[in-house]
Design a protein around this ligand. Structure first.
Ligand code: HEC
Ligand code: HEC
Length: 421
């Protein structure tokens, strides 16, 4: 019954979209007239239904306290998140994977994965050139035709990797007021640590805001991140990013292979939402990783964590205020273990200048749910907590030095603590 309704809805939307797009297309330039409107496709993953009466708190569940329409938005958005895009639907011409879930799936939809994306650029005299005219800095290593798959151009002398992050609890992170992050930045917590708020122009509001998402705190809002991911990871243009990426910057090849009219993400006339909005709903409403009650050794590990100075950057919690339109996100404690600030990390930096972040500045990674998100660090190069901590450098040098002096039992306790948060 449920799935039948769904198919019917998809058909209805399909019709609405094609007629809509037809009328948009007539009267536009010839190159656009050749293009076909995007066709929607269905998700094949199945989930038990989500109901308000179910007890929440497992990884992948929606945040506690949602009303029926918010729960519906969660499941609808998850559906889009899991949907494999097709060429007729606008996938590509160049892309990294055909769905969001392909890189965000462990251990549930919205989780992380070992998949890395590649960034390249040209570094000269401490200047980072993202080589945009050659398709940089993000590489798209898949294509709808093998002849246009991107390669790292010979002009690039810098290549680095970014690991896929988990998306649990990001709605809570978004609901932390900017004033809290600016306050974190004013503190001198010790160990010569000086975090900096990343200031970026948010494409969805056109305002300068504090960046809080991504390894370099390069995005301020979830909607902006999702719109960016649709065009850059899947090749689906949308109202914020209406232009396709050209294969290694080659506009001629793009014109030949780009057959679907832009923007490919179409707005449902009834709800006023596109894929980017529905997927943002899913991520906004996705619950935080459930924390475990601390065992005696994990509790001892928490003290080790504090004594090492980890909590100077990995601040255990911040609070949301009462301004979110979503009641369930208001006045909540967010136990993320991050200050959401940029820090100079020395040799741990990725060498890419992006948004407000310089080559060696990285955002303090939230540590909640750590147990489920291996491998670690921005490039996924650490298989264990120990390997991750040993690579800390720059502002985290003093903290790492203390870590290296721990006894076996203290280290085990710290691991158990990190497994529980
Ligand atoms: C090819 C793999 C890949 C695909 C496909 C992908 N992502 Fe990601 N995602 C990543 C990586 C890598 C990062 C970290 C990026 C960075 O900071 O540069 C990330 C980060 C994110 C973040 C920010 C998380 C944080 O911790 O701040 C959001 C939100 C996100 N992705 C949403 C999406 C959505 C929505 C889609 C589908 C439209 C998607 N992703 C598709 C790899 C992927
Ligand atoms: C100066 C601030 C700072 C201090 C102090 C610090 N960290 Fe970090 N931590 C970071 C940053 C920034 C990252 C992201 C680094 C990257 O991958 O580029 C990070 C990443 C991590 C990660 C990997 C997270 C992931 O999802 O991949 C772990 C684990 C971690 N830190 C644990 C610790 C522990 C334990 C301590 C104390 C010994 C500590 N950190 C001290 C800033 C800090």
């Amino acid at each position: 019954m449920h799935s039948l309704t769904k198919v019917a809805l998809v058909c209805l939307f399909g019709t609405a979209f094609s007629s809509n797009a037809q009328s948009q297309v007539s009267g536009q330039s010839p190159s656009v007239e050749d293009k076909q409107p995007a066709v929607r496709h269905q998700n094949t993953l199945h989930h038990p239904p989500v109901s308000a009466s179910k007890s929440f708190g497992r990884l992948g569940d929606p945040i506690n306290g949602l009303n029926a329409s918010q729960l519906a938005a969660f499941t609808e958005g998850r559906d889009d998140f899991e949907t494999a895009e097709t060429i007729e639907g606008g996938l590509g011409p160049i892309f990294n994977r055909d769905s969001c879930v392909a890189c965000h799936k462990h251990p549930t939809s919205g989780g992380s994965s070992p998949i890395n994306v590649t960034r390249f650029g040209l570094v000269t005299d401490h200047h980072f050139d993202p080589l945009e005219s050659l398709g940089g800095s993000l590489l798209q290593n898949h294509a709808i035709d093998p002849r246009i798959r991107e390669k790292i151009p010979p002009q690039a002398n810098h290549v680095s990797f970014r690991n896929s992050t988990p998306l649990y609890g990001l709605g809570l992170i978004e609901a932390i007021p900017e004033s809290t992050l600016l306050e974190n930045a004013r503190k001198n917590p010790g160990d010569n640590i000086k975090g900096r708020a990343s200031l970026v122009k948010d494409i969805t509001t056109n305002r300068i805001m504090v960046g809080r998402f991504g390894w370099k705190a390069q995005q301020a809002t979830l909607l902006a991140f999702c719109a960016d991911a649709y065009v850059n990871e899947l090749g689906i243009t949308n109202r914020f990013f209406p232009k396709e990426n050209a294969p290694n910057g080659n506009q001629r090849l793009l014109a030949i292979f780009d057959k679907v009219a832009d923007p490919e993400d179409q707005i449902d006339p009834v709800s006023g939402k596109g894929d980017i909005d529905r997927v943002t709903d899913f991520i906004t409403l996705l619950g935080p990783p459930p924390s475990k009650t601390l065992s005696p050794s994990a509790a001892a590990g928490r003290i080790v964590f504090q004594n090492l100075g980890c909590a100077l950057c990995h601040i255990p919690s911040m609070n949301t205020d009462n301004r979110s339109p979503i009641v369930a996100l208001r006045n909540r404690e967010v136990r993320l273990y991050s200050d959401l600030l940029l820090h100079h990390m020395g040799s741990l930096g990725d060498g890419v200048v992006q948004g407000d972040a310089s080559a060696d500045e990285m955002r303090t990674a939230p540590l909640w749910g750590l147990k489920h998100s291996a491998p670690y660090l921005h490039d996924g190069s650490a298989q264990s907590y120990q390997e991750a901590i040993e690579q800390h450098d720059g502002e985290a040098k003093a903290s790492r030095a203390r870590y290296l002096r721990l006894s076996k039992i203290e280290r085990d306790n710290l691991n158990e603590f990190l497994d529980s948060i």
